[in-house]
Each structure stands twice: as C-alpha cells, then as structure tokens.
Design a binder for this molecule. Structure first.
Ligand code: PLP
Length: 420
C-alpha cells in the first residue's frame, strides 16, 4: 500500500491511544519519587522502557545468547538470526529499501561520526563546505567541525529565527557548488521544532550535496520513511525510542555505503586478512567492527515492535494534544517564557522562569516527583541565540498524561512563590 493511502485510512480510523494501558507496560512509571507519583517528563533525554523490551533482552541472555556471525553451533546461529532479524526490523521501521542499508551503531552520535569519518574524509576536500543549522545538537556540530578542521573545509551554519525555525532563504543561500553535505536535525531536542526535511533535502540535493538527517528526536514520535524523505543518511538512537541504551542505527543509501571506506578496523568487517593487505566486507558488516551490542539490537527491535503495535497516528495525536495543552497552560503563567515556538513542533516544552536559574526550577520540580531536564541540552548555540544560559525542558512521550502537565504547571507556580 502506498503511504498516502495508508495515511488517509489512519486519519479516518480516528483511533485513540489507551494511555492507561500504555502506562502499565512501563514498570518504571509506577514508582514514587520523594513520596509523589513519578511524572516522567524527560523522554527526549532518554525514554523509559516497556516490559516487552526488558523481556526481549532477558530472553536473549537466558535462552539463546552467543556471539554472532562466527559460530556453527546452534546458539550462535540463533543469536545471529535474531540480530539480523533486528536489522531487518530497523529497515522496515525506517522504510529503507534493504536491510543492507542499516548499520548498527552505539547511537545517533556514533552514526554521525561514522559518516563524517568515512564518507566525509573520503569526499570532503580543502575549500569544500559542510552545511548545518543553528539548532543542531552538539552531536551534529562537533563531528563536522572536526572533519572541516582536518580537511581544510568550511563549516557553514543556517540561522534560525526567534521562534526557533530554520530560515528557508538563509538555508538556501548557504547551499552552493562547494556544499558537499548538509546535515540537519529532523526535530530539535532543545526547541521541539520539526524541520521541513523533505524540502531541505531536495534543496540540498539540487545543489549537489549529500544529506544526513539526525532523527534522534523524530524516531520516537513519527512514522518514518527515508525513501519518501529522500535523504542519503538517517541516524537515530534506540534509547530515545523506548529501546535499550548503547545501540542505534545509521541508514545509508546502499550506493553510498558501498563506496565508503571502513570506520574502524577489526573482526567482522573483513573479507580476508593478510599482513600485506585486508579486503573489506561489503556494507553493513564493513562498518561493524568487533562484537556488536547483540542484546541491544534485539531489544531495539522489540521497542520498534512495541511502537508499531499501536496506531501510530493515535500516538501522534495524543502527543500533539499534550503539546498543545502544555503550551497553552505554560503560556498563561506570568514570568515564564517559552523558548521555541515554531509553527510545527513535537514533544518538547522548553522554557525559562524570570529570575530563577533553570537548575533551581529542576530541583524544586524533582521534589514534587516531576522529572524534567535543565541545562543547555547539548545545544549551546541555541541557548546563545535566545540569550539564556539554560532552559527547563519538559519532554513528552506516548505514556504521558494531561494531569502530569497540570502538576508541572503547579510546580512552576510553586517555584515562583519560593523565589518571589
Ligand atoms: N541528536 C539529537 C537531536 C539529540 O537530541 C541527541 C540526544 O539528545 C543526539 C543527537 C545524540 O544522541 P545519543 O546521545 O543517543 O547519541
């Protein structure tokens, strides 16, 4: 079925997410913190894990664990099959054309570094340009800075406006015949802005650039289709998408992966080794030197099964409702400024409270059992743009409820009283 047909049917279905059932799937949500029920509003940093993921990893270790790819014995074959099934599962989740386009990595950070160090070092020369945006996470800034320094290339930055949106003309203006790659986030972790990825990708590719999309904050929220987006590389982390830590995926167009030199050397990534010369394995094995995070990949596949086990449109509608509700409630609070008010946003409420440092807000909220993140969110250029040292960030997931936002709002009121 083509994706537009599916979208139409989902819209008609109008399915509603059963949030109470979802919450029962996440054992960590049932606890109390400082005597209050936990309100976990920090999923953009890392999401809680459903029982299905914990159980899948447990089963792997209890029942069929062994190293992958190397053994003829039964357990090794079983774990290899499960690991490779996980790769196929990720390919399906991302809408990739083939599982050969999926490289298991430690997370979004390693995926970006892999592309910078392999594609980048082989393709970027002195005088070339790399284009990013002002809203990137440090993971999508520093690897490119390192590459540019090494290759004598220039890092260019497309600015954002005061709502936290990339200014399309400015992005376009920085694309040129020297642009080798444009790397930008799908959703900003500090602002919640959803970038028009398809349009930005088309513009960059029309200028002859390759495109990497940082999907760390999109994968938990949207139905993805890398072929429809048209990008050349896409990265995401398992732990933000309800899966285990320590694993993630890089999607790369096969034709590009096939041309890329290896990332790290070691076992698993070779076809043959002599002291004179090593022949490398084809992708994705070429980029997976050493023993991978076997149970992590299997847990990630279980997380993707968990997400897709729900109506994806229903998840999106639920999270949109929470975002709208939270935005309206926080906007009404005197002395509070929302940072990031883009027209298209997902799952993030970033704000500052007049005269109170974000860390104090976070500490007082914690005493109320409310978990939020405070700081620069690994996006210091964003903080600089909005002239704040840090923000308080409440981030939303499929298991959150409106009453948790009510508690957040009450908590911020309390902060104002304490600091009045
Ligand atoms: N990109 C974005 C937009 C993020 O939010 C994060 C993590 O916060 C990353 C990249 C890095 O992800 P990880 O630390 O899982 O590698």
């Amino acid at each position: 079925m083509v994706s537009t047909e599916k979208a139409a049917i989902d819209r008609q279905s109008g399915a509603v997410l059963d949030v109470e059932a979802v919450r029962r799937d996440f054992p960590a949500l049932a606890q109390k913190i400082h005597g209050r029920p936990l309100a976990y509003l920090d999923s953009a940093a890392s999401a809680q894990k459903p029982e299905a993921v914990i159980a899948a990893q447990g089963r792997c270790y209890r029942e069929y664990y062994s190293n992958v790819h190397r053994g003829v014995h039964t357990l090794s074959q079983r774990s290899t099959e499960a690991y490779e099934r996980a790769r196929a599962r990720v390919a399906r989740f991302l809408g990739a054309a083939s599982e050969r386009e999926i490289v298991f990595v430690r997370g979004a950070t390693e995926g970006i570094n892999l592309v910078a160090q392999t594609w980048g070092r082989s393709q970027v020369s002195a005088g070339d340009e790399v284009l990013i945006t002002e809203m990137e996470h440090h993971s999508n800034i520093v690897p490119w800075q390192m590459l540019c320094e090494e290759r004598g290339a220039r890092l260019r930055v497309a600015p954002i406006d005061d709502q936290g949106q990339v200014i399309p003309e400015e992005f376009q203006r920085r694309l040129g015949e020297r642009t080798r790659i444009a790397a930008f986030t799908h959703v900003s972790n500090a602002l919640g802005t959803i970038n028009p990825v398809r349009e930005m990708t088309a513009a960059a590719q029309a200028a002859g650039a390759v495109v990497l999309v940082d999907g760390a904050q999109a994968a938990p929220h949207f139905q993805l289709d890398v072929q429809e987006l048209g990008c050349d590389f896409y990265v995401f982390s398992s732990h933000k998408a309800y899966g285990p830590t320590g694993v993630g995926a890089l999607y790369g167009r096969l034709a590009l992966l096939e041309k890329m030199p290896p990332y790290q050397g070691g076992g698993e990534m070779i076809r043959s080794v002599t002291f004179e010369k090593t022949e490398y394995a084809p992708p994705p094995a070429r980029f997976e030197a050493g023993t991978p995070d076997i149970a992590g990949a299997i847990g990630l596949a279980a997380a993707l099964d968990y997400i897709d086990g729900h109506d994806r449109r229903a998840i999106q509608r639920h999270e949109e409702d929470l975002l709208r509700y939270g935005t309206e409630a926080l906007s009404r609070l005197p002395g509070l400024r929302l940072i990031g008010t883009a027209a298209h946003k997902a799952a993030v409420l970033s704000f500052v409270v007049d005269g109170v440092h974000a860390h104090d807000v976070g500490t007082i909220l914690d005493l109320e059992g409310i978990a939020v993140r405070v700081g620069h969110h690994c996006a210091q250029p964003v903080m600089r743009h909005f002239r704040v040292p840090a923000t308080v960030r409440a981030s939303l997931a499929l298991y959150n409820r409106r009453d948790e936002i009510d508690r957040l709002v009450a908590g911020v009121r309390k902060v104002r009283e304490v600091f009045a």
